[in-house]
Design a binder for this molecule. Structure first.
Ligand SMILES: [Zn+2]
Length: 57
């Protein structure tokens, strides 16, 4: 079974229900970074997203 990389935005922004799930970690980070920037106006580095926000499920 392949691991999936998941970002549950609710843990970062309480009122946001955005969820990303992808088997491709690079894609998950890319989508997460775009979402954080466009929706929340916050810039995260790949490392921050990877370490603090992405879960492996
Ligand atoms: Zn969000």
């Amino acid at each position: 079974m392949t691991d999936a990389h998941k970002l549950d935005c609710e843990s970062a922004a309480a009122d946001c229900r955005f969820i990303i799930q992808s088997e491709d970690e690079t894609e998950a980070i890319e989508l997460a970074r775009n979402h954080m920037k466009e929706v929340h106006g916050q810039e995260y580095t790949d490392e921050e997203l990877q370490e603090e926000h992405l879960q492996v499920v």
